[in-house]
Design a binder for this molecule. Sequence first.
Ligand code: CP3
Length: 356
Amino acid sequence: MAQSDFPPLKNNLILKAARGEPLDHVPIWIMRQAGRYLPEFQEVRSKHKFFSVCQTPALACEVTLQPLRRFDLDASIIFSDILVIPQAMGLTVEMVPGMGPVIPKPLNDPSDLARLVQPDVEKDLKYVGEAITLTRHKLEGKVPLIGFTGAPWTLMSYMIQGGGSSTMIKARAWLYKYPQDSHKLLQLITNVIVDYLVMQVKAGAQMLQIFESHADFLNDELFINYSYKYLKEISENVRKRLTEENIPEVPMTAFPKGATMNSLEMLSKSKTYEVLGLDWTVDPMEARKRLGPDVTLQGNLDPCALYASEEEIMNRGRDMVMKFGKTRYIANLGHGISPDTPIKSVEALIKGVHSV
Ligand code: CP3
C-alpha cells in the first residue's frame, strides 16, 4: 500500500517534533489512550475478549479511534498488545482480569526454545496490518498513526516469567545461567520484530514505538548486552529493509521504561532512535541536559498526577512543556493511563500542554 493511497495528513506535529523541526504547539498523545478509563472501550470489552479485539481489524480500528473522537490528541496508536509476538511464536497468552497477561506454559529452560516457531509475520500477524490500513483510512488524515512492538528483552522476560512480576527473577536468572541461549532467544525475537515493524509501515504506520517496558530490571551492564544491542539492531535493520524496498523511513521511538540515565545517554548518543520515551521518574531538566539537543524527548507526567484537580493538572502540563522546551518534545504520560482516571483530567492535561 503506497502512502499516497491514504487521505492526506492534516496534523503532522508529532512527525515534525520527531524530526526536530521547530513548532508553535507541542504535540501530545497518551500511552494506553484507548483503554478502560473510556466507557465506550468498556462497552466493546464487555462483548469481546481482549485478544479478539486485537485480532478483529474492525474492532481494533474502532477502539483506536475512540479517544480521538473525545480528545484533541495529536497522534493515534493502533490498538494491539506487545504479547501478540509471543503468541505468533507459538506460546499461549491469556489476559486475566485483575492480573494482566499470563503465559500458562512459559519457557523454563533452554530445551523449551524448541517449542517456539518462526512465524510468517505477513500471514500470522496479518490482522495487525489490516487493522492499521483500515484505521489509516478511517482517520481521514486527522493525525498520524503509530505502530508498535515490545522490545526483545521485555518479550523474553514475559515468555520466561510467564506474566508480570515485581522482580522478574526467573527471567533475569536466564541472563546469568544461560547467556548464550538468552542471546539466541533475543535474536529470534529480534528477527520477528524487524519483519513485524516493516510490515506495519507497509500497512500504513507513520511512526513506530518500541516498548522496552522491563528496562527497569537491567543495570547498565545488562542493558548494554541484552537490550541496547537488539534495540540498535532493530532500528538499523528496519531502516535498511525499508530503504531496500523503496519505502520512506518513519521516525522511531524507544521507550526503555525505568532505564538508568547512563542507559538513556547511551541510546541518545547512538542516534539510533529519533525519539526517546522517558518514564515519570526522570527529571525533565536533567534529561535535557544529559541527553543533548539532537534527540526528541517524550513523556513523562506521572499517570497519578491525573488524580489531581483539573487546575493543577493544567498547570503541571504547562510546567512540563516549559521544562522540556517546545522543540524536540512530545508530551505524554510517563507510563500508561490508569483505568480509573477521570475523563476530565485527560482534557485538562491536553488543554494545559496545548496552551503553551
Ligand atoms: O492505546 C494504546 O496505547 C494502544 C494499545 C496498547 C495496549 N497495550 C492495550 C492494552 C499498547 C501500546 C500496549 C502495550 C503493552 N502491553 C505494554 C507496553 C507498555 C507498558 O505498559 O509498559 C505492555 C507491558 C503490555 C502487556 C500488557 N497488556 C499488560 C501488562 C497488560 C495489563 C495491564 C492492566 O492494567 O491490566 C495488558 C493489557 C492491556 N493492553 C489493556 C489494554 C487496553 C487492558 C486490558 C483489558 O482491556 O482488559
